[in-house]
Design a protein around this ligand. Structure first.
Ligand code: FMN
Ligand code: COI
Length: 339
């Protein structure tokens, strides 16, 4: 896709923050290429006159396996910020995860989309995180997504170069002038361990998913700690450069979890056939990040809808051409080999 316009729309600082990754951006690039290396093996002469993309997530049927990933500071992308992405998700039957570094309050976003999930960062001031959990629970969020791959920020050279500053995320109740990302990220608690997970699971009062898991042993530990779901993710290549990709990490994690929890995946999913590959490798759903932001940068809510509609249309076409009309029937039999 030609994205030369995004730099003009967003400016150097915001563009670097939203598009960028960590270090040499090797993982950022690998996220996309590793999906393209998974090869599909279509079946012919299957009746595909009716197709169904629905999946079951947290025990409930969902119209789509596509979920909008939690992404911070969306008012820096378009004036409606998180309202644009949430409405885009609602209008296309996509799932939605609101970031805890939101520029629109959870209470405002919650009613816009059915069964939203709330993403939580654990801050040094843990009361701030617990207050956010209470807000999410009171505003009808269905699940809590605890992100565990951000004890400290990744080495982000674009932000270091531009000095991008953020208007305050509402959820953090900060006053004063805009802060650099480095200042904001320093609010995260780097001392969080497995011993703390139980307390957050209890405070949540709703199913807990752990986001940012890349190892089967960590996935098993998450299940043992009571997680209802695992999100296999390298944070869109923004944390540790050269780590493995979602496509690479997913199969062994699916095998280790063995149906005891839902498994979702993200990072570099750009096409409907990438979503189908994620499901074929054993994911229950796939999260999409930056493409939604690019739609919003170009056209606000309508832009988010256009991106999500195209992903759904591509998935529908994939189900037909692959000879697997129901998304829930996708398995490794639809693939030539794994990455
Ligand atoms: C600009 C930006 C902000 C993000 N903010 C958050 C966040 O607040 N919480 C979180 O758990 N993940 C965050 N992520 C990671 C995404 O949830 C997701 O894992 C990743 O973007 C998926 O990769 P993709 O952008 O290649 O689709 C962010 C990603 C981007 C690009
Ligand atoms: C506010 C941040 C911690 C958002 C984030 O996760 C990111 O920039 O990758």
């Amino acid at each position: 896709m030609d994205d030369t316009d995004l730099l003009d729309i967003l400016g150097d600082g915001a563009h670097g923050y939203f598009a960028g990754g960590a270090g040499d951006e090797i993982t950022l690039r690998a996220n996309e290429t590793s999906w393209s290396q998974v090869r599909l093996a279509p079946r012919v002469l299957v009746d595909v006159s009716e197709r169904d993309p629905s999946v079951t997530l947290l025990g409930k049927q969902r119209p789509s396996p596509i979920v909008v990933a939690p992404m911070a500071y969306q008012k820096h992308v378009c004036p409606d910020g998180e309202l644009a992405s949430a409405r885009g998700a609602a209008r296309t039957g996509s799932g939605y995860v609101l970031s805890s570094q939101t520029t629109t309050a959870p209470t405002v976003v919650g009613p816009e989309v059915s069964d939203p999930w709330f993403q939580l960062y654990v801050f040094r001031d843990r009361q701030v995180s617990l207050d956010l959990v209470a807000q999410a629970r009171e505003s009808g969020y269905e699940a809590l997504v605890l992100t565990v791959d951000f004890p400290v920020a990744g080495w982000r050279e674009r932000d270091k170069r531009t000095g991008f500053r953020v208007e305050h995320p509402v959820a953090l109740n900060l006053d004063g002038p805009p802060l650099t990302t480095e200042e904001l990220f320093a609010l995260h608690d780097p001392s969080l361990t497995w011993d703390d997970i139980g307390a957050f699971a209890e405070a949540a009062g709703m199913p807990l998913l752990l986001k940012g898991v890349l190892r089967p042993d960590d996935a098993e530990r998450a299940v043992d700690a009571g997680a209802a779901g695992i999100i296999v993710s390298n944070h869109g290549g923004r944390q540790l450069d050269t780590v493995l990709t979602g496509a690479e990490a997913l199969p062994p994690i699916v095998d280790a979890v063995a149906g005891r929890a839902d498994v979702l995946v993200d990072g570099g999913i750009r096409r409907g056939w990438d979503v189908a590959k994620a499901l074929a490798l054993g994911a229950d759903a796939a999260l999409v990040g930056r493409p939604v932001l690019w739609g919003m940068a170009r056209g606000g809510e309508e832009g988010a809808v256009a991106v999500l509609e195209q992903l759904h249309a591509e998935l529908d076409s994939t189900l037909a051409l692959l000879g697997v009309p129901n998304a829930r029937d996708l398995d490794r039999g639809a693939l030539v080999s794994q990455v």
